[in-house]
Design a protein around this ligand. Structure first.
Ligand SMILES: Cc1cc2nc3c(=O)[nH]c(=O)nc-3n(C[C@H](O)[C@H](O)[C@H](O)COP(=O)(O)O)c2cc1C
Length: 349
């Protein structure tokens, strides 16, 4: 719920003050003890301790991705995070990863604040979050997933639309967030994800009834993000339609930058057995993200790439997003309504 500053409800409304986050304060801020309702998405390779700490220190919630790590490496990442800040991070486990229960168990004993799970049934890891008394936040891509995650013990849900980078479902963020909200009602709060990269998109999600936004692709170009510089340059140069979906045939659809790898993979998917595809795809995400092989590697990224124009610190991405979200919301609250865009802030990054 958007808490409108009391001053805005009367006739004498103050001018918008940049940095005022009153309007964006949601129940998510209270539950996670964060300043802004913005969460770094769990991302294999890209969401390491440094990026997570930068996001947490800037007032969002930093999340360490574990998809590319062993259980021991994850423990080292959590230790490294706590050397940079004492704010408890989130940790994301990728449920297709057979090591995810071991990773969840270890992470939940290390003082983290939230266990996030990727798309899939979170049942195998629920008890680790419950035993540690921390929040469990699964990602869902359909209303049916949402209801079963709720039944499995989720405390909050992430509803991720197919505009997002990485593994996705087939429903867009706008219909998904609305329909998940309607289905779960007041039983559980919902965070929106997929295609969110600026303040207007954040405000739109809050208006749909989400309590916050999770952003992955937007943070790939953060200065603290460890992905290769050539990938950052490609993301900045890319247009809105530069992504494609691999894995549609294998049942694991993934949105990534279209390149020689994705074209070859999509051809193979039509005819080759899964095992050959698995071998062909092996190591390709590391090639794309960490070695900067933007032609022959796999580079998970979402459709917000078309609005990303430069590298900048995570704190700047967050501060600008908050300022824009407040400005947009304030205009609507003030009575400028949805027609008042002339002369407004440029809502691009
Ligand atoms: C580079 C990259 C890696 C990702 N890795 C994971 C992962 O390991 N586990 C997971 O659950 N989701 C992963 N995702 C999906 C994100 O958690 C998130 O749902 C998505 O980025 C949200 O959409 P957006 O990219 O439009 O912000 C990844 C996304 C990207 C872009």
């Amino acid at each position: 719920m958007i808490h409108v500053h009391p001053c805005y409800s009367g006739r004498h409304r103050p001018a918008f003050t940049p940095g005022d986050n009153e309007m964006l304060h949601t129940t998510l801020c209270d539950r996670l003890k964060i300043r802004y309702p913005i969460i770094l998405a769990g991302m294999a390779y890209a969401g390491d301790h440094a990026l997570a700490a930068a996001v947490s220190r800037a007032g969002g919630l930093g999340v360490i991705g574990s998809g590319n790590l062993s259980t021991e490496d994850l423990a080292r990442e959590i230790d490294a995070y706590f050397k940079l800040t004492s704010i408890p991070p989130g940790v994301n486990v990728f449920l297709k990863d057979p090591e995810s229960p071991a990773k969840a168990e270890r992470a939940c004993r290390m003082g983290i604040g939230v266990l996030f799970t990727g798309i899939g049934n979170p049942a195998p890891v629920v008890r680790y979050a419950k035993d540690a008394g921390i929040l469990l936040i699964p990602t869902v891509a359909t209303v049916r997933h949402a209801l079963s995650a709720l039944k499995a013990g989720a405390d909050i849900l992430v509803a991720e639309g197919q505009e997002g980078g990485g593994h996705i479902g087939s429903v867009g963020t706008l219909p998904l967030v609305s329909q998940v909200r309607a289905a779960v009602g007041d039983r559980i709060p919902v965070i929106a994800a997929g295609g969110i990269g600026n303040g207007a998109q954040l405000a739109a999600c809050l208006m749909l009834g989400a309590v916050g936004a999770m952003m992955g692709t937007r943070f790939l170009v953060a200065e603290e993000c460890p992905v290769h510089d050539d990938l950052k340059s490609s993301l900045i140069a890319a247009t809105i339609d530069a992504t494609t979906i691999t894995g549609s045939f294998t049942g694991f659809p993934m949105r990534c930058l279209e390149n020689d790898f994705t074209r070859a993979f999509q051809e193979m998917e039509k005819a080759k057995p899964s095992i050959e595809l698995l071998m062909f795809g092996k190591g390709k995400i590391a090639d794309g993200l960490m070695r900067g092989d933007v032609r022959n590697g796999s580079c998970p990224a979402g459709q917000v790439i078309g609005q990303i124009t430069c590298r900048e610190p995570a704190a700047v991405i967050i501060e600008r997003g908050v300022r824009e979200a407040c400005a947009v919301t304030e205009r609507i609250v003030r009575g400028g309504g949805f027609n008042g865009w002339d002369g407004g802030p440029a809502l691009t990054d």
